[in-house]
Design a protein around this ligand. Structure first.
Ligand SMILES: [Zn+2]
Ligand SMILES: [Zn+2]
Length: 355
């Protein structure tokens, strides 16, 4: 166990040094639609690992997909939840933070030595998903040393835990924006006003982009985008084939039909970012003439590297993004059934479990 250092803060959590029980409550996904609150052993942190007491764990589209039909990256039966913030409850030898420190982090980290990591494509690291911190819908979460070392940060005192928990989805968005060449004068269309689409709006607006349009159906979600300065419209209202309209189109629905349509909304020489992951096994087709003669570039980023995580941290800590409208309310772990029913029905954007 590490000795509390000077950076070890106890402000956010006055009982940081209290003893850790042997078991905890955790949500376990046994099979699709089968989520249970169980009493499970609390893991012991090994060298470099962190055990954090979870203060906030936000829900995510990936969790909803896993709940609906299973997910290739989320083993079942197994713990659920990958967005989190909390307070270090115990630290293995050599861990970067001492007990009592309020932290925020993501659930993966690149190896930094494989073919892709060495080519500045850490998001494609061949082992990015081999060491993950899954199970933030629980009282405690073990963060393996590989992640603790590079992708966990001290949470500034003024940043609420529930906002700090948004680091992971924001890192996905930062990976996307890092691949886009935009200026304040760029015109950008974001399709899909879910949490990710809205975070793209927030990030682009924070970067000074004046002309951001958010397209979708849900009026409450569009209203959040409008509040952040985006023009809003229904997808059917987007004018196709305007040769000078959108420099960049960002697709955030994960629907094949919208992937295909997106290509029609970019200007000649524009970029289309296909961001929303479609169900596995699906295929999309595009007009080859449009892609070639109008020189449409297609991008489809996956996950994030350490640079994107740092960018997301900067946004949370130093930008004036107000992400509170993304949060639909705080919930207890024993309310999970209702939470996922609400998410399935499109009620609310992201809920915050406060274990
Ligand atoms: Zn997520
Ligand atoms: Zn790697």
């Amino acid at each position: 166990m590490a000795v509390p250092s000077e950076t070890g803060k106890v402000d956010d959590f006055p009982h940081a040094m209290m003893s850790i029980p042997n078991t905890m409550k955790a949500l376990v996904l046994k099979a699709p639609q089968d989520l249970f609150l169980q009493e499970v052993p609390i893991p012991e942190p090994g060298p470099g690992d962190l055990l954090i007491q979870v203060k906030a764990a936000t829900t995510c589209g990936t969790d909803l997909k896993a709940y609906r039909r299973g997910h290739p990256m989320i083993p079942m039966p197994g713990p659920l939840g990958h967005e989190y913030s909390g307070v270090v409850a115990a630290a293995g030898d050599g861990a970067p933070f001492a007990p009592g420190t309020a932290v925020m982090g993501v659930h993966s980290a690149p190896c930094r030595e494989c073919y892709w990591c060495l080519r500045n494509q850490e998001n494609l690291c061949e082992s990015i998903m081999s060491t993950i911190a899954l199970g933030s819908y629980a009282e405690y979460l073990l963060i393996p040393s590989r992640i603790a070392r590079v992708n966990v940060f001290e949470k500034p005192k003024g940043l609420p835990f529930e906002i700090a928990s948004l680091l992971e989805p924001l890192a996905c968005v930062a990976q996307g924006t890092s691949l886009l060449d935009f200026t304040p004068e760029s015109s950008v269309l974001v399709i899909g006003p879910g949490a990710i689409g809205l975070m793209f709006v927030a990030a682009l607006r924070a970067a000074g982009v004046k002309d951001v349009t958010l397209a979708g159906r849900n009026p409450d979600r569009l209203a959040v985008g409008a509040q952040w300065g985006a023009s809003t419209c229904h997808v059917s209202e987007i004018v196709r084939g305007d040769p000078r309209r959108f420099d960049i189109v960002i697709e955030c629905t994960g629907q094949v039909e919208i992937w295909e349509k997106s290509v029609d909304f970019a200007r000649r020489g524009g970029v289309v970012m296909l961001f929303g992951g479609c169900p596995s096994g699906t295929r999309a087709s595009f007009d080859t003439r449009r892609l070639h003669y109008d020189q449409i570039a297609l991008l489809s980023p996956f996950h994030f590297g350490t640079g994107a995580v740092r960018q997301a941290y900067e946004w949370l800590v130093h930008s004036r993004m107000d992400l509170l409208p993304l949060l639909s309310g705080a919930r207890r772990l024993d309310e999970s059934r209702q939470v996922f029913e609400d998410l399935e029905a499109g009620r609310g954007l992201k809920y915050v479990f406060q274990p």
